[in-house]
Ligand binder design. Sequence first.
Ligand SMILES: C[S@@+](CC[C@H](N)C(=O)[O-])C[C@H]1O[C@@H](n2cnc3c(N)ncnc32)[C@H](O)[C@@H]1O
Length: 206
Amino acid sequence: MSPQCYLPAEQHHVQPAWYPPEIDKAQWDLWFADGNAPSVLDIGCGRGGFMLQYAIRRPEHNVLGLEVRETLVNWINRVVSGEHIPNARALWYSVANGLSWIPDSCIETAVYLFADPWPKKRHQKRRAFSSPLLDELDRVMKVDGILYLASDRADVQEHQRDVIAEHGVFRFEEVSRDLWPFDFPTDQQSFCDRKGIPYGLYRAFR
Ligand SMILES: C[S@@+](CC[C@H](N)C(=O)[O-])C[C@H]1O[C@@H](n2cnc3c(N)ncnc32)[C@H](O)[C@@H]1O
C-alpha cells in the first residue's frame, strides 16, 4: 500500500485508484440494519477485533469502523455478513479527509486505539490526529461523549496530549487499567499484552 494513502485527498493532484474513496453523503440505511447513524466510532479499526466485539456485546449501539486498508475493511465486512452482526460496519476511508458526512452530536464513544504511530519525524505529517480532526470530533460527539486513546509509543502519547491541549476543547487524562471501560482488547492491545510491550490508556472529554 502506498504511504500516500495517509495524506488528505486534497494533496493528490489526481486521485489514484488505490486511494480510499471520499464520502459525500452517509448511507446509514445501507450500512446499518436499523438505518441509524452510529453511536460508536472506531478510527483506524485495523482488523476490527475491537469493533466487532463491541457490536456483539452492545447490540443497542451502531458501531462504525474507519480504516485506510481496504483488505482489512473487506475482511471485517465479510465477518459482519457471515456472523449477522447488524450493528457493525467498516468503511474504507481515510480519516484525514474529515468526518463531515457524520451528523452532529451522535457519537457517544469514539476510539483512537494504537492508530497513527509514524515514529520517523519525516513521516509525522501522515498523522491524522490533528486540530481539524478534533474540531470534527467536537461536532460529531455528544456533549458527554468520550474519546478513548491508547498507544504503545511515548512520542505518540505526547503528540496527542499536545494536540488536545493546543486545541483547547477536550481535557486529556490517563486511565488506569482497572478503570478502562472495555473488557475486550483491540488486536494491537492483545499483541502488546502477549509480548509484554507497555502501553498507555487515555481519555479525552469536555
Ligand atoms: C496499529 S493499527 C491499530 C488497529 C486497531 N485500532 C488495534 O488497536 O488493533 C493502526 C490502524 O490505523 C489505520 N490508519 C492509519 N491511518 C489512518 C487513516 N488516516 N484513516 C483510517 N485509518 C488509518 C492503519 O491502517 C491501521 O490499520
